[in-house]
Design a protein around this ligand. Structure first.
Ligand code: UDP
Ligand code: MG
Length: 319
């Protein structure tokens, strides 16, 4: 008999897609059980991230009807990353390997077989990587790919075109549990765990139903979170910029002294006012970036819980 697999799916207001998602995941997992690839103790763990709709009601119903479904109900909405972490942390005590994926069926669930294959080959982390984004809208593709580029430029190393569709072994999850940061950006933290890793390519589809729960505002916040939680490069940029501007001002000083000595002092109101604005802007920008990091330190020192669990539904060897 194979190892125990838990498929963790964070769900926020997903009542439109959950019936279909659960049907397909169940078929997939049962297929794997039949083939003996995974143990009969394997489960689909649906995490309700404080949905405003009937998502939790559905999860309870699935669980009652079939023990293959487990559920976790968070006390409130904490965002995708925290919901996912909650699911992973619960699954790690029960499973040998855990696969995380979104509820909207955008990640091709047939890539699961290849991931499990790599796990049995001895990999501890297997990243699902999108082979193309043809089905995403132009805007989504543009912003998302720009996001990965910006992240890497800013020193936050991530796997290109990998979202949170990945397999992790139990010991990789135990490694993850030791990262205590409150500012969560799993895509950046997971590569820091180490062990043998692999990637599996898959085609990213369209959302099965409903709307993206990541509007532009959340996406920008997520990018900012990713960069500032993983790297201090932006602060270095500011130091570099400050130095550069200092050099420019010295050059200006020399220039004006020379102009004065040659008796050609022209009143340059425009240039003065421009530099005042430029310097003022740069100072504010720099303060903003530094403030961002101080804010992070503030949150980390508080060490608030990253999620709180209201209830867990998980049945094994039910009578
Ligand atoms: N999600 C969540 N909490 C949130 C927002 C989203 O758990 O506050 C879940 C959502 O249910 C889905 C996954 O995160 O399973 C990814 O969200 P979505 O598909 O809307 O993002 P996109 O694919 O558009 O980036
Ligand atoms: Mg999606």
């Amino acid at each position: 008999m194979g190892d125990i697999l838990y498929i963790v799916v964070p769900c926020y207001c997903e009542e439109e897609v959950l019936p279909e998602t659960s049907r397909r995941l169940k078929a997939k997992l049962e297929g794997l059980m039949e083939a003996g690839t995974v143990s009969r103790e394997s489960r689909i763990l649906l995490v309700n991230d404080g949905s405003k709709d009937n998502t939790w009601g559905l999860i309870e119903r699935f669980h009652k009807a079939d023990a293959i479904f487990s559920g976790v109900n968070l006390t409130r909405n904490r965002g995708h990353q925290n919901a996912l972490l909650a699911g992973l942390m619960i699954a790690k005590d029960k499973a040998d390997m855990v696969i995380s994926m979104d509820a909207d069926l955008q990640d091709d669930i047939d890539a699961v077989d290849a991931m499990i294959g790599r796990y049995y080959d001895g990999c501890d982390i297997v990243y699902g990587v999108r082979s193309s984004r043809k089905k995403d809208t132009f805007f989504k593709r543009f912003t998302a790919e720009g996001f990965y580029r910006l992240m890497n430029l800013m020193g936050a190393e991530t796997v290109f075109n990998h979202a949170d569709y990945r397999l992790m072994s139990r010991r990789a999850l135990e490694g993850l549990a030791q990262f205590r940061e409150v500012n969560l950006f799993l895509r950046g933290i997971v590569p820091m765990i180490g062990y043998t890793t692999a990637t599996v390519e898959y085609e990213r589809g369209e959302r099965f139903a409903g709307e993206s729960k990541y509007p532009l505002k959340k996406m920008l916040a997520f990018a900012m979170e990713g960069i500032t939680s993983l790297s201090i490069k932006p602060i270095r940029f500011i130091t570099g910029l400050g130095f550069l501007i200092f050099l420019v001002s010295i050059a200006m000083l020399i220039y004006s002294v020379v102009r004065w000595a040659t008796g050609a002092t022209i009143l340059g109101w425009a240039s003065v006012i421009c530099s005042v604005w430029a310097i003022g802007g740069l100072i504010l920008l720099s303060l903003g970036v530094i403030g961002e990091y101080i804010g992070k330190i503030y949150l980390e020192t508080k060490a608030r819980p990253r999620f709180l669990i209201k209830e867990v539904l998980d049945k094994h060897d039910a009578p």
